[in-house]
Design a protein. Sequence first.
Length: 312
Amino acid sequence: MSANSSSVNFFILATLGLPPTLIYPAFIFGTLTYLFIIFCNSLVVLTIAVSKRLHTPMFLLLINLPISDILGASSFFPQLVFSILTQNRIISSSACITQAFLIHLYGGGNLLILSVMAYDRYVAICNPLKYNTIMTTNFVIRLIFLTWFLVFVVMAVLFALTLRFNLCRTNIEDLYCNNPSFQTMSCGDNRVSNYYGLFITCLLNGGPLLIIAYTYAQILRTCIMNNNTDSRKKAFQTCGTHLVVFLVLQINSAFTIVSHRFQNVSPFLRRACGVSILIFPPFLDPIIYGLKTKELKKSIIKFLKRQVGSTK
């Protein structure tokens, strides 16, 4: 795709603006952050995979979140820490297009996964007697496949539309490659890809927002009517955590995408929001879900004890 769509062999990402004295501390901090993200998210994936009691619809859905977070972090951090160390912001066109596609796949995937998880909580809390009938293993697997298939197809079409014209400029105003930057560097008429980009922005941001709003309104209604204090407290804790994670990703991603269409938006603010999407969710998700979800927390501790014991 990159060979036919781009007339340049490399791009230049926005400068990090690091003074010489901060190069090595920034490199160490970035590397440790990336390793922490990979370790924590991999721990959640492995714990769910090996713990049979976690092979339930809720955790089958949850396992997709750390997988997506690993994808997003791995698309961003290796190139970032390499450029910090070498002070070279040049990236090849093929690497840039790959990075952009994977980052968009991560963002869209996370939003839809969180929406499906909200639906799961809605059924569990509002229709507990029908939960096992509705949320069967086969149904959950189909939901997961449909989620990733939809995001992949939507993003593939977006990049195909954007990259059908040559990219005749090399400077990218962001800290990582993305589709809005490709559109500004396009030599041809990109109105179709621009309109399509607006459509999928509404689809992948507006759709999940409507799902979250409806399911949480019903959950809130059920919790208020429920006289069981313990059940109500557990529902509020689980849903509150889920809502915070969703809103952080939703607000930042929507602002980052829309801000590319307005020239008067501060580039620094846009870059900060864009980078936060790739740092905070992958960093915080395993901590939040690992600490707040009692079953997962116990299984993680048990898994770590088993691994430590096997090394002795």
